[in-house]
Design a protein around this ligand. Structure first.
Ligand SMILES: [Zn+2]
Length: 400
C-alpha cells in the first residue's frame, strides 16, 4: 500500500521532502536492503521491552553483519511505561555509541518521539518501524516531550523512511489499534475546528489538506469492522490513514487538520495525570472519548446559540453572525456522539470518560480551561466565549 499521490500536491506548500513509506505485509524484511542502499554502517535500534520482542530482535537478526548494529532498550518508569522525559532521553543519549549514522525507532509513538528528538539534536537520520497502528505522529515532526513534568511539543524531524509491517501491526495489542482508530476519529472535530478557525479567526487553511484528512477518516470509519477484527487489509487502511494524517501535518508545518478541541481535552487530562504522577493513558484512547464529548457540546452549540442576540461583545461576533449558517451546517454534518461512541465500541476502545477513569470534575474543568492551551479560534473557544448564553455541558455517561 502506497500513500495517496495527492499528498504530493502539498509538498510545494511546506517545501519538505516526503519520507519513503512502505505499508505492507513483510515490510520488515525490506529494511536491510534499504539500509545498504543508504550505505549506513553504524546503526542503533531503539525499542522498549515489548517492542523489542515484537520486532526489535527480529530486525536485528536480519540486518547484515557488515552493518554494525546495536539494540538500546529504553527503561520504563515505576508504572512500567516508557515516557519521553529527561531520564529516557538521557538514557538514549548516554548509551548511543559515537559515530552512529542512523537510528531505527522500533515501537509506538513515544519511542518515535524520543528517537526523533535525539536524532534531530545530533543530526542523525532515523527510520520509523511502527509496531502498532496506534497514533498519527509517526510521520510528523512534532515531538511531545516532558520537561520537568510539563509537556512541550518540540519541532524536530520526520523519518527518512517508514516500514510499517502489517503482520506486526495486526499482531499488536487490540487496545493500541483502538487508540489509533480513536486518534483518527478525532479528525471529525479537528477538521470542523480548523474550518471554524478559518471562518471566524481568519487562520491559515488548506482545502487539499482538509480533503486528504477527511478521506483518511472516512476510509477508517467505513472499514471499522475490518479494523476491529484485526484483518490485515483493515489494519493497513488504518495505518495508511495515520501515516497520511502525519504527512499532512508535516507538509503544512502545523497540526490544525489533525488536532482540535478533542486534542486539547486529551492534553488537559494528560497533564492532570502527570501532575498526580499516575499511569498515562493511550493518546488515541483519550482523543476518541474526547471527540464524542466535543461532538455533544457542538450539537448543543448549534441548537442553542442565538447569533442575533449574543450575550457579550467579542472581536468575533460579526464574523460569527456572517458565517453562522455555514458553521451550523458543518455542525449538523458532525456525527452524533452516540454514533462516535458506537464506533469506538466496535473497535474495542473506551467510549466514555468513565471508561478512562477520568472524573466528571476533570472533564468539566477541561471543557472550561483546555481551549487556553492553544491560541486557536476553535469551536471550544467560541463555546467558552459565549457560554453565558445558556450553553450547558454534557454529562459524560450518556448511553450509546
Ligand atoms: Zn493525535
Amino acid at each position: 500500500m502506497k500513500i495517496i499521490p495527492e499528498i504530493r500536491g502539498l509538498v510545494q506548500y511546506g517545501g519538505t521532502v516526503l519520507p519513503e513509506v512502505t505499508i505492507e505485509k513483510g515490510a520488515l524484511q525490506q529494511i536491510p536492503l534499504y539500509m545498504e542502499s543508504k550505505r549506513f554502517k553504524n546503526v542503533i535500534l531503539v525499542a522498549d521491552k515489548n517492542t523489542n520482542e515484537a520486532a526489535g530482535l527480529q530486525l536485528s537478526k536480519i540486518l547484515p553483519h557488515h552493518i554494525d548494529h546495536q539494540l538500546i532498550i529504553l527503561q520504563p518508569n515505576q508504572h512500567g511505561q516508557v515516557l519521553a522525559d529527561e531520564p529516557t532521553l538521557i538514557q538514549l543519549f548516554a548509551e548511543m555509541p559515537p559515530f552512529t549514522d542512523a537510528l531505527i525507532a522500533v515501537g509506538t509513538g513515544t519511542i518515535h518521539d524520543i528517537v526523533r528528538f535525539i536524532g534531530y539534536k545530533m543530526n542523525i537520520p532515523f527510520i520509523s518501524v511502527p509496531t502498532a497502528a496506534s497514533v498519527d505522529g509517526f510521520t510528523s515532526k512534532g515531538a511531545p516531550l516532558l520537561f520537568r513534568g510539563m509537556k512541550q511539543t518540540v519541532q524536530t524531524t520526520s523519518p527518512l523512511a517508514v516500514f510499517a509491517d502489517v503482520d506486526l501491526l495486526a499482531a499488536a495489542p487490540k487496545q493500541l489499534t483502538a487508540a489509533g482508530f480513536g486518534d483518527i476519529l478525532g479528525k471529525y472535530t479537528s477538521l470542523l475546528d480548523w474550518k471554524i478557525s478559518e471562518l471566524i479567526g481568519n487562520e491559515p487553511y488548506n482545502q487539499l489538506a482538509s480533503d486528504i484528512t477527511r478521506r483518511s477518516l472516512e476510509a477508517c470509519v467505513s472499514n471499522a469492522e475490518m479494523i476491529a477484527q484485526g484483518d490485515a487489509d483493515g489494519i493497513a487502511i488504518l495505518m495508511q490513514s495515520l501515516v497520511e494524517s502525519g504527512l499532512v501535518m508535516l507538509l503544512l508545518d502545523f497540526s490544525r487538520p489533525a488536532s482540535g478541541g478533542e486534542h486539547h481535552l486529551s492534553h488537559f487530562w494528560e497533564m492532570d495525570l502527570l501532575d498526580k504522577n499516575e499511569e498515562q493513558l493511550l493518546h488515541g484512547a483519550k482523543v476518541g472519548v474526547a471527540t464524542a464529548i466535543i461532538s455533544e457540546l457542538y450539537k448543543q452549540l448549534g441548537e442553542q446559540l442565538d447569533v442575533e442576540h449574543l450575550s457579550i461583545a467579542t472581536p468575533y461576533n460579526e464574523s460569527l453572525r456572517k458565517h453562522w449558517g455555514a458553521i451550523k451546517d458543518l455542525i449538523d454534518e458532525l456525527p452524533d456522539p452516540s454514533k462516535l461512541r458506537k464506533l469506538l465500541k466496535t473497535v474495542g476502545g473506551p467510549t466514555t470518560a468513565v471508561d478512562l477513569h477520568i472524573s466528571n470534575d476533570l472533564v468539566q474543568e477541561s471543557l472550561n480551561e483546555a481551549y487556553k492551551l492553544r491560541e486557536r479560534c476553535t469551536g471550544l473557544f467560541l463555546i467558552n466565549q459565549f457560554k453565558q448564553s445558556s450553553i450547558t455541558y454534557p454529562i459524560d455517561s450518556l448511553p450509546i
